[in-house]
Design a protein around this ligand. Structure first.
Ligand SMILES: [Zn+2]
Length: 500
């Protein structure tokens, strides 16, 4: 059973129909877009897809799990849970952030945390008294034939527990950055020890079926630029990481940290002036590129960050494989890869596939419109500040090969399902001969999405993902946010595709 998911994902790739039909199988259900007309759906080769649900500790601690799992299967065809079993962010539980502490919602087995300074009290979440949510969940999922994956999420908020302070990044001004765009440092041995220990604990103590690691962050330069959705109001002085471990690594690579800091200071001014609409004499983009020519250390620092994260992911997977080589480890890829050409360049699926058992690109089409316009609004005042925002959007569409609605419409309408199809195909093309399966991350009822979710929009997104070659779908962000009726769209799609 442990092997079944990964093995099905790999062997079923041979001879599949992906790529034969260049027109996406469905387009424009969630939002009527300018994409190509829907093509007739071809029958899919029969396989057992991963139909995953991201779910937090509250329902797993409190609800009747027999009933919950039966409902998820009946209504949504769900067969795999992705459990937020550890976390400092209340919205994934979900609970109110005020007074929330969080931590491990399972029982920490301290023999796996020898490479950290955490005590049992530092780690154990107090929210559900003596309930061990993983024990409770595994018992129920085994009984009902579900798989259980641990979703290890890098928190975007500061932990209340003081012991976490030592894990956080340091910005170019020497200040700790615990929350987005900062966070724990990939080069910090305590953070590496904690994450790997957590995975080993969940695997040895509970026998979880797999892991998905998620980090929604990028390097210090792109963070300082505010180059992410909703990044327009971000503080440009928070470029990271200059902690002792990163400085040591940089020195070994002959990267000049002093020059990098100078570059960050110049970049901060550029971003601030842009947002204040003070146009540089030679224009925004030229001035930005001139800054890179003067301070190539900015790019070196970005590259150092990206490579350190890749190493972190490789080492995490290797730790899991050292315990059980058959346990799949995959990676959630931040939605920013759909908006920012800079972050898109940082996500190399060809390289990632060499160290992954599955890849989950976030392809939340309904919320993508609002998020994309917020990205344009951020870079439209700085690096692309010479170009009207509707034209920046068209430029990004051209860069990414998207066929979506214009600026004034896309925020309220969302992206079409053609976007899902294109991105699944692009991911598979980049993965290439590694044949790592793609599980499309799909959105249901994300608050503030801009566009509306309906059972039909959910159905069409699932159809688009499978018809373009995905071997699984994972629903996000969190089960607790979703309306039961909209989950019904999943079942309808699976039935129509013959994948039930
Ligand atoms: Zn660091």
């Amino acid at each position: 059973m442990l092997k079944a998911t990964a093995a099905a994902g790999v062997t079923a790739f041979v001879g599949q129909t992906r790529g034969q039909d260049s027109t996406p199988a469905s387009a424009g259900a969630a939002a009527p877009a300018a994409g190509p007309a829907p093509a007739a759906s071809k029958p899919l080769e029969k396989f057992t897809p991963v139909v995953g649900m991201q779910i937090g500790a509250l329902p797993l601690a409190k609800e009747d799990l027999d009933r919950l799992l039966e409902t998820l299967r009946e209504r949504g065809g769900i067969n795999t849970l992705f459990v937020f079993a550890y976390g400092h962010v209340a919205r994934w539980v979900p609970m109110a952030q005020q007074g929330f502490r969080g931590g491990n919602f399972a029982i920490p087995h301290m023999q796996y945390y020898k490479d950290t300074h955490f005590t049992y009290e530092d780690m154990r979440a107090p929210e559900f008294a003596d309930v061990d949510i993983l024990e409770r969940t595994m018992k129920a999922t085994r009984k009902h034939g579900f798989k259980t994956y641990a979703l290890i999420e890098e928190a975007d908020k500061e932990a209340v527990v003081p012991a976490w302070q030592e894990l956080y990044e340091i910005d170019s001004h020497g200040r700790k950055q615990a929350a987005q765009p900062g966070g724990p440092c990939s080069n910090n041995p305590l953070y590496r020890g904690f994450t790997q220990g957590l995975a080993e604990d969940y695997l040895r103590s509970y026998g979880v079926d797999g892991f998905m690691w998620s980090s929604e962050r990028q390097g210090g330069m792109t963070s300082a630029m505010g180059a992410w959705h909703h990044g327009g109001g971000s503080d440009p002085t928070k470029g990271t990481c200059f902690c002792e471990h990163c400085l040591k690594k940089a020195a070994a690579l002959n990267i000049d940290a002093g020059r990098a800091k100078e570059g960050f200071a110049k970049l901060e001014r550029f971003i601030r002036d842009g947002r204040a609409r003070q146009r540089p004499r030679d224009g925004y983009f030229v001035s930005f590129f001139r800054l890179l020519l003067a301070y190539p250390e900015l790019l070196q620092w970005e590259s150092l960050w990206v490579n350190s994260r890749t190493q972190f992911m490789t080492d995490l997977r290797n730790r899991v494989k050292s315990v059980n080589p058959d346990t799949p480890v995959g990676f959630h890829v931040w939605h920013n890869a759909s908006f920012s050409p800079f972050y898109r360049a940082e996500i190399d699926f060809t390289g990632m596939a060499k160290n992954a058992d599955f890849i989950k690109p976030v392809l939340y089409n309904v919320s993508a419109g609002e998020r994309m316009t917020s990205f344009v609004n951020s870079v439209g005042r700085t690096i692309f500040g010479d170009i009207p925002q509707p034209e920046i959007l068209q430029m990004l569409y051209a860069m990414f090969d998207y066929k979506e609605l214009p600026f004034e419409k896309v925020g309220a309408a969302g992206f079409s399902t053609d976007y899902i199809a294109r991105e699944v195909q692009r991911t598979l093309d980049d993965i290439g001969p590694a044949k790592v399966p793609v599980y499309a991350g799909l959105d249901i009822d994300i608050p503030g999405a801009g566009a509306k979710y309906t059972p039909e929009s959910v159905k069409q997104s699932v159809m688009a993902a499978f018809n373009s070659g995905a071997r699984g779908v994972i629903f996000a962000r969190n089960y607790a946010e979703m309306k039961p009726a909209n989950l019904g769209g999943v079942r309808a799609a699976l039935d129509e595709l013959g994948l039930s």
